[in-house]
Design a protein around this ligand. Sequence first.
Ligand code: 5RP
Length: 232
Amino acid sequence: MDLQDELKKHVAAKAADMVQPNMVLGLGSGSTAAFFVADVGRRVAAGELPGLQCVPTSFQASVLANRNSLALTTLNEVDRIDLAVDGADEVDPKLNLTKGGGGCHTEEKLVDARADKLVIVVDSSKLVERLGQKMPIPVEVLPLAYRQVEQKLTDMGGKPELRMAKAKAGPLITDQGNFILDTDFEHLSNPGQLEEQINNIPGVLDNGLFVGLADKVLVGEEENGKFHVREL
Ligand code: 5RP
């Protein structure tokens, strides 16, 4: 296992300790969240979490939940979500996030925004001074509207690029059957305002800016060969 995976594993284990019996738990997406799902699965198998119900944020999360024998439910079947644990692509000093590297940010935002408490699990490489510094902002769009959304994002000063699939010809298709425009905003100074502006464009489902949602960020770090988890 490489260093980054070791950090992800440690931070995921810390978050798994926060899960309590009878909770409704939001399961995030991505490789760090996958370690978390495996850890929760181990606690369920040990009989430590009776009554736990999980709401997935993607097909990836629901497949992993099935493999780890976690009971699944859906957004429309629950009255609340007690805790959601999710990964992120970038975390700024105010705990605002960029998400959607895995193309699941629309469903992730539905679950994460609904949770009473949102805990983000990252390794230290995800900390940035400014969102958009390391990766463009993913914007999920209806396929029939992608050209006009592309134009609007360009008018707003962005540089949108249609995300292409890796093992299929053509664009990546999200879990909801849409396209993603990865949009570079060189001078992103007000993420809250930009999040709203992008979501006001007709044809946009949601974008990967998560502003004011995270309650806690757990950061996996390594120093002199020792792993530890810092809480922000
Ligand atoms: C998927 C996401 C992921 O949470 C984000 O990309 C982080 O993934 P990883 O833990 O693999 O770095 O937002 O849409």
